[in-house]
Design a protein around this ligand. Structure first.
Ligand code: SAM
Length: 261
């Protein structure tokens, strides 16, 4: 989907279908929230890549990747920082990160076809040190942990549209995020379904807003706004402490939590 474009038929279409949701969260459930949908999408894109070398759709366009990399550059994120792309899709953002010089990059997706497509694209680019895993972020393996940076471009949007208890799935997403991200680590989210205020509410527990990234504005019928929200959150110490207090642990054990410094 191109930024600001309104002809994608993807998550943008879902954003426009707000209202009338029986669930009370403003979204009508959609196939876009299901694994079957994404499997079908990436099976098709995999075939297209094999036949024509076309890498397929970059959600929110090239500019969304530049925006994130520029932010990382501005804040002097070390090139050896561990970066996780949650729901990497075709993995094109991983390629951009590697070309920029990042050396510890992981992409996960619950669609095996997406991971296969990412692998093929990465191989064609001649890049070898990118880690790829088929993982459901709502039930991540224990190995997925300790990241300095987590990126989400359109994945939280997709999860929010799941026809089967999306509210619970969103809560699970926040839990998974606080599990895989280091204390003081950064979470960069780009969304076309949620406004800044709504995202602040979704990620209020254990995360604080670090920066809002500028995105293109639209004007229509006398109203103006942003078609896409791009926010950077930082994980607070509190999440680790709360989790520690909630979990059973041997007497005398102290919370540790390594810092991102
Ligand atoms: C809108 S696409 C975005 C793809 C990519 N991030 C981009 O910017 O081009 C959403 C992606 O999230 C993946 N996804 C959705 N739910 C997921 C989950 N629970 N765990 C892992 N990946 C998921 C889908 O398979 C799809 O690749």
């Amino acid at each position: 989907m191109s930024e600001g474009a309104d002809d994608d038929g993807g998550a943008g279409a879902a954003a426009r279908s707000r209202g009338g949701s029986p669930r009370g969260d403003g979204f009508a459930p959609s196939a876009l929230g299901t694994r079957e949908h994404w499997d079908a999408v990436y099976e098709r894109e995999l075939q297209t890549f094999q036949e024509y070398g076309d890498t397929g759709e970059i959600w929110f366009g090239e500019e969304s990747m530049t925006r994130l990399i520029r932010w990382m550059q501005k804040h002097k994120i070390p090139l050896d920082a561990s970066v996780l792309d949650i729901g990497t899709g075709n993995g094109v953002f991983l390629v951009e990160l590697a070309k920029f010089g990042f050396s510890d990059i992981t992409g996960i997706d619950y669609s095996p076809s997406a991971i296969q497509l990412s692998g093929n694209i990465i191989e064609k680019e001649g890049l070898s040190n990118i880690k790829l895993k088929v993982e459901d972020f709502l039930n991540p393996s224990t190995k997925l942990s300790g990241f300095h940076i987590c990126i989400d471009k359109g994945t939280f949007d997709a999860i929010s549209l799941n026809p089967d208890n999306a509210i619970e799935k969103r809560k699970q997403y926040v839990k998974s995020l606080s599990r895989v991200l280091k204390v003081k680590g950064f979470f960069l989210i780009t969304s076309c379904n949620w406004t800044k205020e709504e995202l602040l509410n979704e990620f209020s527990e254990g995360f604080e807003l670090f920066e809002e990234l500028r995105t293109p504005r639209f004007s229509f019928g006398g109203r103006s706004g942003n078609s896409v929200a791009a926010l950077v959150f930082q994980k607070t110490e509190l999440t680790t402490l709360v989790r520690f207090l909630e979990e059973p642990h041997p007497a005398g054990e102290q919370p540790m939590g390594s810092c991102f410094c």
